[in-house]
Design a protein around this ligand. Structure first.
Ligand code: C2E
Ligand code: MG
Ligand code: MG
Ligand code: MG
Length: 287
């Protein structure tokens, strides 16, 4: 009885909810210290052509927490976006990525790699985002076309005109653009053709069941054809099996990213996996 009444009257002090609030506050406090404590790391995931040539990589952030261990981005990026910490974190990602590009530029075997970086809407729509990109490119003195900015369709919800204008300004600096998670948002073909994009990334949800779901296969084939007619590269995300790769080839898709080729890995392991003999070895790391 008491328990039942208690449950009702204590509705606003639901212990579980309180726990969540406290956990969140703690996470936020720790997150705000993570940069100065040097707890972030970039992992790198290889991108391959149909000829099994690596042509690029995507930088994916990890939070290496002293007690909790590796925290994946889905567990802290949304919070970072909400509280604004994504702005300094995003700058750290860009700086670290450009530093890596500079190192790759010095070596014949890595010179041509393009490094893709995920950009949050909140960063993108900062007034000085173009200047920030310009500054980081200059700081590391890299070829701008080695840096690819990944944006998402959801960004467009803000203001299409503002997005296009900003992308054009960034394009003048020489960077590349990819549309991440393509097919999950509300892209209208009307503005897709107006965006200065270089690449579409087919969302992994279409790749996952491509072998068993004929509509996924049809969707992928259509996206690839459309991308090519717009003169865009198109890469499939989340490629895990040889069968998926075969079906993607049939669909006309000639760029792939996924566990089949390599999981995201710290820089040392990533560079190790670039060595031709090891390329198909499928070494695994904690992700
Ligand atoms: P995303 O940009 O779409 O990145 C692809 C995600 O798919 C990565 O998850 C990657 O590890 C995972 N993945 C790659 N290949 C496979 C595969 O074959 N199978 C499966 N099941 N998954 C695969 P991750 O690293 O956990 O990142 C999740 C999301 O977090 C990213 O999605 C991106 O939206 C965001 N994110 C990651 N790093 C950053 C960053 O530096 N800044 C910002 N703003 N967001 C980031
Ligand atoms: Mg991405
Ligand atoms: Mg994606
Ligand atoms: Mg995503």
């Amino acid at each position: 009885q008491a328990k039942k009444a208690g449950r009702n009257t204590l509705r606003f002090f639901d212990p579980q909810m309180q726990e969540t609030v406290i956990a969140r506050a703690l996470l936020e406090r720790e997150l705000s210290k993570a940069l100065e404590n040097d707890q972030f790391q970039l992992y790198y995931q290889i991108q391959m052509t149909d000829l099994n040539e690596p042509f690029g990589a995507e930088a994916l952030i990890r939070w290496i927490h002293p007690e909790r261990g590796l925290i994946p981005p889905n567990h802290f990026i949304p919070l970072a976006e909400e509280v604004g910490l994504i702005l300094p974190i995003g700058l750290w990602v860009l700086d670290t990525a450009c530093n890596q590009i500079k190192i790759w530029e010095k070596n014949a075997s890595t010179r041509e790699l393009v490094l893709a970086v995920n950009v949050s809407a909140r960063s993108f729509f900062q007034d000085d985002f173009v200047t920030q990109i310009q500054t980081v490119l200059q700081r590391h003195a890299i070829n701008p076309k080695r840096l690819k900015l990944e944006i998402t369709e959801s960004m467009m919800l803000n203001s299409i005109e503002q997005t296009i204008e900003k992308m054009n300004a960034l394009k003048k600096l020489g960077v590349q653009f990819a549309m991440d998670d393509f097919g999950t948002g509300y892209s209208s073909l009307q503005y897709l053709k107006r965006l200065p994009l270089d690449q579409l990334k087919i969302d992994q949800s279409f790749v996952r069941d491509i072998a068993t779901d004929s509509s996924d296969k049809a969707i992928v084939t259509t996206i690839v054809a459309m991308a090519h007619s717009l003169n865009l590269d198109v890469i499939a995300e989340g490629v895990e099996t040889e069968q998926q790769r075969q079906l993607l080839i049939e669909s006309g898709c000639s760029q792939y990213q996924g566990y089949l080729f390599g999981k995201p890995a710290p820089i040392r392991q990533f560079e190790e996996s670039l060595k031709p003999g090891l390329r198909q070895a499928n070494v695994t790391y904690d992700i």
